[in-house]
Design a protein around this ligand. Sequence first.
Ligand code: ZN
Length: 218
Amino acid sequence: MSTDRPVPDARDVVVRRQVEDLLAGPLPLPIVQAGHPVLRRRAEVYTGQLGERLLARLVEAMRVTMHAAPGVGLAAPQVGLPLAIAVVEDQWPVDDEAAAARERRPVPFRVLLNPVYEPVGDERVAFYEGCLSVHGWQAVTTRWRSIRLRAQDETGAAVDEVLTGWPARIAQHETDHLAGRLYVDVAEMRSLSSPEESARWIAPSPVEAARQLGFDLP
Ligand code: ZN
């Protein structure tokens, strides 16, 4: 947000120290895995606890960590921080068929503070999805095709926009992290694929996976 608050309270001091300790270590930051309680807590609303400079340093470390993983989104709880901060960026080249099926289009790097979403329309779409905190596993996850996303950016400016397709999926996944939810909470468990088997289901549509693994698509 814009400025350091003059009288930080004790909780702010604790979280600032936690961030400073994390940033004193090497990059990329370690990504915590499912089973860590921080992934199951509702993240604290970001109200400027870190101040402008420390937030900028954290955001840069999260960007480096997301790229190194590699991933298209990273939420602060995934690096062990209980704050409602996420970064997203999708610049990965994908073939035209996969991109078209998933409505995947480039998402420039951006910071989302305190994101919330609501569906726009009632259309839902199902694709394989994964998470850096459930390393290597994938499962078919049904998401809203279009959402209205509201948040603040790193300057505190309001974000209010409608997203469709893969960018909407990324925003839903990262926002869910900040509410203590993981994609496996809502994914089709019969589709769950281990790191060893995930390559079977790289086709853009999960229709064949549904047939062979025995689950229904929306
Ligand atoms: Zn995730």
